[in-house]
Write a protein that binds this ligand. Structure first.
Ligand SMILES: [Zn+2]
Length: 453
């Protein structure tokens, strides 16, 4: 059965490509109110496409852009059910003048499809749709039950998705969630992401005076809030980059020896960080490698810092207030509320005399971690190895995907994060692209995953 389905996909590659180009031509930019009709059209296009394949598909309303939901189930209730997540909305394409082709007139050139949304995420989730199409058209059946949840608000932060999933929890009952919204290491090297960092952040204001005052009249007799804030912030880390907030690392998960060995296999290190960022040197917590620091260690960063006069020339004042925006990237088992409390307590304790310190805009999402022992992850690893020719790298991703946390808490099932794109695909940038080979390999990986599952 597997060979016939893979053969069907190969024989219909031109048709599958044409369908993707048609889907990409719909400018479903979720952030732009004047594109709302196009966003709806993309949802209608996808649901009609899924219905044509024989799935029960519908466009479901949310408080924002709709969700496309579809399902196919056979008569055998012992089959596992996979819920495939994707998003049909895209980032704005501006500035248009930096595109070599028109972002919503998809162009195939040198083996790449150029269009907004080609990689992120229409090409990636349509690969799963085409895997399902290949099974149903070639064999009339699937080895698993399949559900699709394709949302239209990912690029604006999925503001309604958590509530939507919570309200339709039975509809999304499944054995695992498959998400393809990340990248391969190369066309022959797949990556399975098994952890994502969380985030905790807030804004701080330090106030010492009622208003900005003359630095000659008052200098020497009052506290300067910019200095006070600098002292407070400097106390949060030592000179080697270790965070000195009491209790900050208490709940951090320790890496096993196997895990450290697996992370060490990924050919990404100090040279890559320096090349990609232009950093003068690599700097981070001692005792950990670049890959370990990126995904398995928490951070504390100042994202913005301001006080006093920053315009042209000079202005001899002592400013009344100083401000900073602070975020921490969190790793598994850290509680965002606890981290925020610990950092704020340390900042209060470090405040010099004559300082009023206030915090605002506190928010957080915990990290996510998938067990590598889950049979669904192992099925994905075997499928990826068969499709791309090498066993996957197991990676801890430094960034956050809030929807993964929603899925974990609301559904409690393993999340398979297997990306089909390439690192150079210019997502969120001009000239976004997706290799035709990535699309075809993605279809193959998805077909194999369903067979393995
Ligand atoms: Zn995106």
């Amino acid at each position: 059965m597997l060979d016939r389905v893979l053969g069907y996909a190969r024989d219909h590659r031109d048709e599958y490509l044409r369908d993707l180009l048609e889907y990409l031509a719909i400018p479903s930019v979720s952030a732009q109110p004047d594109r709302a009709r196009d966003v709806k059209m993309a949802a209608m296009w996808l649901s009609a496409h899924l219905r044509d394949l024989g799935l029960r598909a519908e466009v479901m309303a949310t408080a924002g852009h709709p969700v496309v939901y579809a399902e196919w189930s056979g008569h055998d209730h012992h089959r596992p059910t996979v819920l495939i997540y994707g998003h049909y909305d895209v980032q704005p394409a501006e500035p248009f003048e930096l595109w070599h082709d028109e972002p919503f007139k998809p162009t195939v050139r040198d083996g790449y499809i150029y269009a907004r949304g080609a990689d992120d995420n229409k090409g990636q989730h349509l690969a799963h749709v085409k895997a399902v199409a290949s099974y149903l058209r070639a064999e009339g059946t699937l080895p698993v039950n399949v559900k699709f949840l394709v949302e239209g608000e990912e690029e604006i932060g999925s503001p309604n998705l958590g509530e939507f999933i919570a309200a339709h929890r039975e509809l999304f009952a499944c054995n695992c969630v498959m998400i393809s919204d990340s990248a391969l290491f190369s066309l022959t090297q797949p990556v399975l992401t098994y952890g994502l960092r969380g985030l905790a952040g807030f804004e701080v204001q330090v106030r010492c005076l009622e208003r900005d005052v003359h630095s000659g009249h008052y200098g020497g007799n009052v506290q300067n809030p910019a200095f006070a804030l600098a002292q407070i912030l400097a106390s949060l880390k030592d000179e080697q980059g270790r965070i000195t907030v009491p209790g900050f690392y208490d709940d951090v998960r320790t890496l096993g020896a196997d895990e450290r060995a697996a992370l060490a296999r990924i050919p990404y290190g100090e040279a890559e960080v320096m090349r990609e960022t232009g950093a003068l040197r690599v700097f981070g917590e001692p005792g950990f490698t670049v890959n370990e620091r990126r995904g398995a260690r928490p951070t504390l960063e100042i994202n913005g810092l301001w006080s006093g006069y920053t315009g042209l020339g000079s202005k001899t004042i002592i400013p009344a207030t100083a401000h900073a925006k602070i975020t921490c990237r969190l790793v598994p088992h850290q509680d965002p509320d606890k981290v925020i409390r610990l950092v704020q307590d340390a900042m209060r304790a470090a405040a010099p005399p004559g300082v009023e310190i206030t915090f605002s805009d506190s928010r957080g999402t915990p990290a996510s971690l998938v067990s590598l022992d889950a049979p669904e992850i192992q099925a994905a690893a075997r499928a990826a190895q068969a499709a791309y020719g090498n066993p996957p790298f197991y990676e801890l991703e430094g960034g956050s995907i809030p929807v993964v946390h929603d899925f974990q808490t609301l559904l409690g099932k393993p999340i398979v994060l297997l990306g089909f794109g390439l690192p150079g695909d210019n997502i969120h940038a001009p000239n976004e692209r997706f290799a035709v080979a990535c699309y075809e390999k993605g279809i193959e990986a998805s077909i194999r995953f369903m067979a393995e599952l």
